[in-house]
Design a protein around this ligand. Structure first.
Ligand SMILES: [Zn+2]
Length: 271
């Protein structure tokens, strides 16, 4: 592909994914609102919804993994606890893998926010996407979860609904950023390895992973420091809060990545 055409193709892909993501979020949200209304009329309860998360750990230039699955696990547990308490969504870890191929510097030490979006448009996030693609997306929801997806939503599968969000552990993100997401246009987020280094109290922060998941689920920043989507978090003393408010809950529950809970039994008959 020539040099002029390549950015245009990348732009089309990024814009296309953004539009597709937003459209699917809306469609899945409408389908779920209808289901929830039917359940409440029928007096039925639902088990927690599920968000599946994958973790890809990169290696440094010498081939040494940037972190370990054990080190990432507490942040995944925190994500599960916060989303369960605040939104009724369980975080299920689908896999934690260490990528064998040594990444180019741009993938190991990526740029943040708008620059990362530009890099996505320019095709510079190829390394991430190539390794996402090696993971199965055909039966992304898994057999047990797939059975719980409403028929109206299931007809759109695969591979765009109920796809897990992948957390890619990188070495260093440019600037003061420690994690970054492209919002609903990407099924992946990046997080800096030092976030998971419990020995380093100045960098260890279990809230960043779940904050970035929030962005991937379409949440913008929130000004309240007690909110999970507060932009700033400074370990060890000023770590952001974990709260989510009503409209944030609604956005997460309607998101195309979230698998709705199963209906658990029927309500007692009041005659
Ligand atoms: Zn943020």
């Amino acid at each position: 592909m020539n040099r002029l055409l390549r950015p245009l193709t990348g732009l089309g892909r990024t814009l296309g994914r953004t539009t597709l993501g937003l459209t699917l979020d809306l469609a899945s949200g409408l389908a779920r609102a209808g289901e929830a209304a039917a359940d409440s009329l029928g007096g039925r309860d639902r088990s927690p919804a599920v968000l599946r998360v994958r973790v890809l750990i990169l290696r440094d230039g010498k081939g040494v993994p940037l972190t370990t699955p054990e080190a990432v696990q507490p942040a995944l547990n925190t994500a599960d606890r916060i989303l369960r308490q605040e939104v009724g969504v369980r975080v299920r870890v689908a896999s934690i893998r260490t990528v064998v191929e040594i990444p180019p510097d741009a993938a190991l030490n990526p740029r943040a926010n708008k620059a990362l979006l530009l890099d996505d448009v320019l095709g510079r996030t190829e390394f991430y996407r190539r390794h996402l693609d090696t993971v199965d997306t055909v039966d992304a929801a898994g057999p047990a979860d797939a059975a719980r997806i409403p028929d109206a939503v299931r007809s759109l599968l695969p591979p765009v609904l109920a796809v897990p969000i992948t957390v890619i552990v990188v070495r260093q993100i440019a600037g003061n950023t420690t994690g970054c997401s492209l919002g609903s246009s990407a099924d992946w987020v990046i997080a800096q390895a030092a976030l998971f280094d419990a020995a380093n109290t100045d960098s260890y922060d279990e809230t960043v992973l779940v904050h970035e998941l929030g962005h991937a689920l379409n949440l913008p920043h929130h000004t309240d420091r007690s909110n999970l989507m507060a932009p700033e978090s400074s370990p060890p003393d000023r770590i952001r809060g974990t709260r989510l408010v009503g409209w944030q809950r609604a956005l997460i529950q309607a998101n195309r990545h979230v698998i709705p809970g199963a209906v658990s039994g029927t309500a007692p008959d009041h005659g």
